[in-house]
Structures are given as structure tokens and as C-alpha cells.
Write a protein that binds this ligand. Structure first.
Ligand SMILES: [Zn+2]
Length: 147
């Protein structure tokens, strides 16, 4: 058994404020929330990165997240909007190496934001976009999918 806090939570062996669980996933409150009500939706079975997760479970995580976003808006917690955020890889700010989809309430003045890099305002030429699209398309055709 590997040492993964999210696997431990999914197995019911670590404390968590659970909102939802089914055969494929569990949703619980983040202990370091952007705003109160910040949820993490994770697969019950360990998958480190998105590429390790079968597409059906990935789709299921999003379906549950969509339902939870609706719940946040109706919950009575401060919530004027909702962000869904998934960090895939350490460079993308993934801190726990078990796939997790963040679902968190937002409201005006909550102080959360995204910081863009220095090149953000330099829009690439169409040829550069087309070339990148071609690279991604070719990788998509060759991408292994987990059925
Ligand atoms: Zn795990």
C-alpha cells in the first residue's frame, strides 16, 4: 500500500468532511480552502495524473463536480460563482499526486485570482497558432486512451 493521503481518505481511514461518495469517486472539503465550501472531487482508485485515469471516471468526476457546483450556489455559503480547477502535474501546481478536481465558491472581493505570465499580452500570429494546433492534433491521433 503506497502512502497517499487521498487514497487513505477514499478508503475511509483518514478524517475528511465528506459531501458525496459513490463507487467511483468521493468529494470532500479541502482543509485549506480558497473559500469555505472548497471541494475536492477525486477518484476512489489511485491515479497520479489525468493520463492515468480512464475517460469514463474522468467524465464522472466532472459530472459530480457540476452537481456540486450547483449545490454550492444553493448551500447558503457565500457563493456568487464557482471555479473548477484541475492541476495536472507539478508544473501546473499539483501538490497531492492523486488526481483531484477543485470546485470552489467565488464571490466579489474574495481576493483569489490568476496571475498571467509576461508574454500573456503578446498574442501569437495565426501561423503560430495553426502550427501548435497541428502538433496537438497529431498527438491526439496518437494518444493512448484508457477505455
Ligand atoms: Zn492515491
Amino acid at each position: 500500500m503506497h502512502d497517499c493521503i487521498f487514497c487513505t481518505i477514499a478508503a475511509g481511514k483518514a478524517p475528511a468532511s465528506i459531501v458525496y461518495q459513490d463507487n467511483a469517486c468521493i468529494a470532500f472539503l479541502d482543509i485549506q480552502p480558497v473559500n469555505l465550501g472548497h471541494l475536492l472531487v477525486i477518484p476512489n482508485a489511485h491515479a497520479t495524473y489525468l493520463a492515468d485515469l480512464d475517460e469514463a471516471t474522468g467524465g464522472h468526476l466532472f459530472r459530480v463536480a457540476q452537481r456540486l457546483a450547483n449545490s454550492l450556489r444553493r448551500s447558503g455559503l457565500p457563493c456568487e460563482g464557482v471555479n473548477l480547477f484541475l492541476a495536472d502535474g507539478e508544473a501546473a501546481m499539483q501538490e497531492v499526486l492523486h488526481v483531484h478536481l477543485h470546485v470552489f465558491p467565488r464571490f466579489a472581493g474574495d481576493g483569489f485570482g490568476l496571475r498571467f505570465g509576461p508574454n500573456y499580452l503578446n498574442k501569437p500570429e495565426r501561423a503560430v497558432l495553426d502550427s501548435a494546433a497541428d502538433q496537438i492534433r497529431r498527438a491526439l491521433d496518437a494518444a493512448p486512451t484508457k477505455p
